[in-house]
Design a protein. Structure first.
Length: 340
């Protein structure tokens, strides 16, 4: 089988990323991955869409050029272009999508628009060659909390999703309450590791109620604890610990229950919150020998172009192509989402 090279482009939020994925006898090999994060949003405690779009526009060309250079190839050696079409910030997506369209058209190469969530599902395959459906997947990030039964690539059944805040959004908002910088996920994990568990009693929303999630009540409970504290410096680490424990309990219980009830032997953690080591450890402990936990390294769990290239390589391998009229979208279901 001939070698094929796919360029991935990701600009859904505040990372400008490009990657080159090489397929050797159907096996994916990551030749390069460049991720340029936009630090300007730290000043505002969250992503400012207009600033994100402008920064993508400024950096997309150099980021793609560097990815090609690190892979040791020229653009003419590419066999396809995979680019995030959504969900995400439409202005940010538009930059990557238009760049990908122009490159694909100019080179005469196929273009494939990728759903951001599907990219996250493919991320662990870049490091875990054993990973293949069927499995249960928890996709958990700053914008999304989804529990999926992945029957096969391209066949996804939605089991549950957040009814309000995404888990990652709750981590960031709690981080703001505790005076931590944005994004706060990693900072809360570090702080929680130094905290004493059990000092604060926080709710486990919808813990036993189906497979949907809710984090707004947990976030409000933390707000009340912060306001009631007469010494936040003393309480900060303990609040972080009990908040993280509560969030993880809910995520783990629902994911483990779905995995066991559906008889799957693998649970996949994907998305930025999957970088949390306490989450992965807790899920592994809960499942024991009944199922294994698969998750990518932190660099591949956060938004990146390698995962987009991996999903794109699979869809291009099926002969799928996107029209050059493809438009970005801010929300929308996974392609192949099954309805009960």
């Amino acid at each position: 089988m001939a070698t094929r090279r796919i360029l991935g482009i990701e600009t859904s939020c505040d990372e400008t990323s490009a990657a080159v994925l090489r397929l050797e006898d159907g096996r994916p090999i990551l030749d390069s991955l460049v991720i340029l994060s936009q630090d300007v949003h730290r000043i505002f405690g969250g992503v400012v869409p207009e600033l994100a779009s402008r920064e993508h526009l400024r950096t997309i060309g150099p980021v793609v050029d560097r990815a090609l250079a690190e892979a040791g190839i020229g653009a003419t050696q590419l066999d396809g272009i995979a680019v995030t079409a959504g969900p995400g910030l439409v202005g940010a997506l538009l930059v990557g999508l238009m760049y990908g369209k122009g490159l694909a058209y100019g080179l005469g190469r196929p273009l494939i628009g990728i759903h951001h969530h599907e990219g996250h599902l493919f991320a662990p395959t870049l490091e875990d060659p054993r990973l293949a459906p069927p499995f249960v997947a928890l996709l958990v990030s700053g914008g999304h909390t989804l529990l999926l039964d992945v029957e096969a690539w391209g066949r996804y059944r939605l089991l549950g999703q957040t009814q309000d805040d995404a888990a990652g959004e709750a981590f960031d908002k709690v981080g703001t309450l505790l005076g931590l910088s944005y994004p706060a996920g990693a900072a809360i994990e570090r702080l929680a590791a130094t905290g004493t568990p059990g000092r604060f009693t926080f709710p486990r929303p919808m813990l036993k109620q189906g497979w949907h999630f809710s984090f707004s009540g947990l976030k409000t409970a933390v707000l009340r604890a912060v306001r009631a504290s007469d010494d936040l410096e003393r309480d900060r680490a303990d609040i972080a610990r009990d908040f993280q424990d509560a969030a993880i309990d809910v995520l783990v219980e629902k994911t483990a229950r779905a995995t066991l009830e559906l008889g799957r032997d693998t649970a996949v953690l994907a998305g930025g919150v999957a970088c949390n080591r306490a989450l992965a450890q807790a899920l592994s402990a809960r499942l024991g020998s009944a199922a294994r936990v698969a998750t990518a390294s932190p660099r591949l769990n956060t938004d990146n172009a390698a995962m987009i290239a991996a999903a794109g390589a699979w869809r291009l391998g099926l002969g799928e192509r996107s029209e050059f009229t493809l438009e970005p979208f801010d929300s929308g279901p996974l392609p192949g989402l099954l309805r009960d």
